[in-house]
Design a protein around this ligand. Sequence first.
Ligand code: MN3
Length: 195
Amino acid sequence: MNYPYKIPELPYGYGGLEPYIDAATMEIHLTKHHQTYVNKLNDVLAKYPSLQEQPLEDLMRNLNTLEMPDADKTALKNNGGGHLNHSLYWQVMGPEKEVDTALVKDIEMAFGSMEVFKKQITDNALNRFGSGWSWLVKDASGVLKAYSTPNQDSPYLNNDVPIFGIDVWEHAYYLKYQNRRPEYVENWWHALKLI
Ligand code: MN3
């Protein structure tokens, strides 16, 4: 990924995750919401040529050390995070399971069982008040952790590497599920291809 950033093409099409995520939600989510993060990210980076060639993950890790006004820093955090978070979200979902057996083993080691793990990720998704994400991440020492972040805050801000995240902004589910976030999250596990 490099500046100017752009939205990806979905290898499985807008309808590829039906019935768990409907095609209209996928299309609007990618071409309107994600596109807006990309546009605003490119707008803020246009002012900082020296940052354009740096990996976006590094800009998130080093956000506090960047020399820029607070308004630009906030725009970079929100829209850089928005781009990174959504790019991963499209990538970890798919119409067919492509189970990562090494990851499954690591999860069972770290959390005790897949059931305990899924409950924790789900609880984090349901307890996130307002908009945000529920994550599985690997920290700098290689330990798997589950937590949620508000808004578009990227796990890279914490120096963690995200493995997958559930988008719990209403725009991710409202057309099909309206206020029923628990039903969206329950169905989302079917759209996740990794486990
Ligand atoms: Mn979203």
